[in-house]
Structures are given as structure tokens and as C-alpha cells.
Design a protein around this ligand. Structure first.
Ligand code: DGL
Length: 287
């Protein structure tokens, strides 16, 4: 694999330190919802965020393409000496987690969206019926299905690809008639009937959580929506605590937001996902 040479040189220089930043990446700026959860839970940690805005949406890309982008982004995050790399994208988690973990090896810990969600279901939703919505990549990969089946907890999983929701949110269509009607079309799909919980399996979806909750409340259906941001941030916190890698409270954290393709509209949209506007810096993956 091209790039392996580059990364083996990191092995000689890289040692995880308390002061090293947390690397977080996503196909674009949707993963800022997870970065925001990390910042809230771990306010002393520095963050380097990479949004691959040149290649989004990952949800419609091939597994091989997502894997190639992931390796490039990991190189960038390792150059920034990240102690942990958080894959803040369900599509990239399902397409490239194992490759990312093998490629990164001992140079940094890789955490994806998969393990925290699967562990949570195994402890909280045994013998229950749970839905998961996400991109085509996330659903068609079958990764969540395999991992949840491997728990042997008789969780009845129901999956539905909801690709329109990402574009809808990026276009700013939420809390309006258009979003209500698209959400209703998807959630009333027979594939999702009878569920007791719904996993929002895409980092864009926390932005429409209230609308999804309202859909179920209006129909008097008891469906718990699960935004995994806090689960993943807590998983990260546990890892840092166990490995004595938590940043000391005496240091001031730094934040860096890199994107592979800069536009003003991406920067303006950071407010939606991160709760405040942040300055994006362009960092090309390929020259
Ligand atoms: N961030 C992606 C995810 O969580 C959704 C957007 C995309 O398709 O790139 O799956």
C-alpha cells in the first residue's frame, strides 16, 4: 500500500503523550457533531479535525475509495501526533475501521462509531427490536448486522438506508415541511415498523433528532432515538483514563479544523454542527 513507508517513519518518532491531540475525521463537517460532544465531555483535550470535503459524500462512494481516503487522512493526523484517531463517520467506520486500525498499528488508537454503539445495544437492548438508519454504505456494508449478531443477544435489527437525509440537512432543510415529509416517508417504511429504539447511524442526523422524536410522539409510538455522539465520546474518555493519556487540566487546549476543499459555505455551516462557527484551513490530500 502506498503510504505505508511514510507512516512507518512515524513509528520511530511518535509516542502517545497526554499533551497529544485527539484526531477526528469525517467525510465533511457532519463529524463536528461528534467533535462537539468530545469538546464538551473532555474540555482539556486538544483536537485536530479533518473534514474530507473534497470527497464527500462517502455514503455514495465505493469501499475501496473510502479506504484510500482514510489512509491519506490518517497520515495527516499522525503528522499532527494524534494519540487517538476517532472516525466520526459511520460510512468510513463501516468501510475502513479494520484497515485504519491495522495501518495505524501502535502509532495511535483508532476508535470508530461501531464498537460503542454495538456495546451499548448489547447491554441495553437485549431481545428488543432496534432500527438503524444511515447512508447506503453504512447499511449495505452489513457491518452493524454482523457485529450485533455476534453478540448473540437476540436483538432484532431492522436497517434502512436513508440517503436523502444527508443532502436535505446540508441544504439546510430541517424543521420545515420538506424535512417533515421526507422524514415521514422514511420512518413509515415497513422495514422500520415495530422498533423500540432507532439508532441515528450518520453523524448528520443529530440535527434532526427532535423532528424524528416528534414523528414518533405524534403517533404515540415509544421509540427511543439514539445519538451515539455521547457514547463514543465516553468510550474515548474511558480509553484515555485507562491508558493514563488524559490531558492535564492545567493546559489550554488547541483546536485545528482542516478540510480538503475549502469553501465559505462549509465554514458557515460549521455553526450548525459544532454550535459555533470555526475557521477552516485547507489541507489538500493530493497535490
Ligand atoms: N458522515 C457520513 C456518515 O456518518 C455521512 C455523510 C456522507 O455520506 O459523507 O455516514
Amino acid at each position: 500500500m502506498q503510504g505505508c513507508k511514510t507512516s512507518s517513519s512515524f513509528a520511530k518518532t511518535f509516542a502517545a503523550l497526554k499533551t497529544s491531540p485527539i484526531g477526528i475525521f469525517d467525510s465533511g463537517i457532519g463529524g463536528l457533531t461528534l467533535a462537539h460532544a468530545v469538546k464538551n465531555l473532555l474540555p482539556n483535550e486538544s483536537i485536530v479535525y479533518f473534514g474530507d470535503t473534497a470527497h464527500l459524500p462517502y455514503g455514495e462512494k465505493s469501499t475501496a475509495a473510502i479506504q484510500a481516503y482514510t489512509v491519506k487522512i490518517i497520515d495527516v493526523l499522525l503528522q499532527h501526533q494524534c494519540k487517538v484517531i476517532l472516525i466520526a463517520c459511520y460510512s468510513a467506520s463501516t468501510a475502513a475501521y479494520e484497515l485504519a486500525a491495522a495501518y495505524t498499528a501502535s502509532k495511535a488508537k483508532v476508535i470508530s462509531m461501531i464498537e460503542p454503539v454495538v456495546n451499548f445495544l448489547g447491554t441495553t437492548y437485549k431481545q428488543k427490536s432496534v432500527g438503524l438508519i444511515g447512508t447506503r454504505q453504512t447499511i449495505n456494508s452489513g457491518v452493524f448486522d454482523q457485529k450485533i449478531k455476534a453478540l448473540q443477544q437476540r436483538i432484532d435489527m431492522k436497517f434502512l438506508a436513508t440517503p436523502l437525509l444527508v443532502n436535505m440537512i446540508e441544504e439546510g432543510f430541517f424543521n420545515n415541511n420538506i424535512s417533515h415529509s421526507i422524514i415521514e416517508q422514511y420512518l413509515s417504511n415497513p422495514a422500520l415498523q415495530g422498533i423500540e429504539a432507532l439508532i441515528l447511524g450518520c453523524t448528520h442526523f443529530p440535527l434532526i433528532r427532535k423532528e424524528i422524536d416528534a414523528y414518533y410522539q405524534q403517533r404515540q409510538l415509544q421509540v427511543q432515538t439514539i445519538d451515539a455522539s455521547l457514547l463514543v465520546a465516553t468510550h474515548l474518555q474511558n480509553y484515555l483514563q485507562t491508558n493514563d493519556l488524559l490531558q492535564l487540566p492545567t493546559t489550554t487546549p488547541t483546536y485545528k479544523f482542516l478540510v480538503s476543499d475549502y469553501t465559505k459555505s462549509f465554514e458557515a455551516s460549521t455553526t450548525l454542527f459544532f454550535g459555533q462557527q470555526v475557521a477552516l484551513e485547507q489541507f489538500k490530500l493530493w497535490e
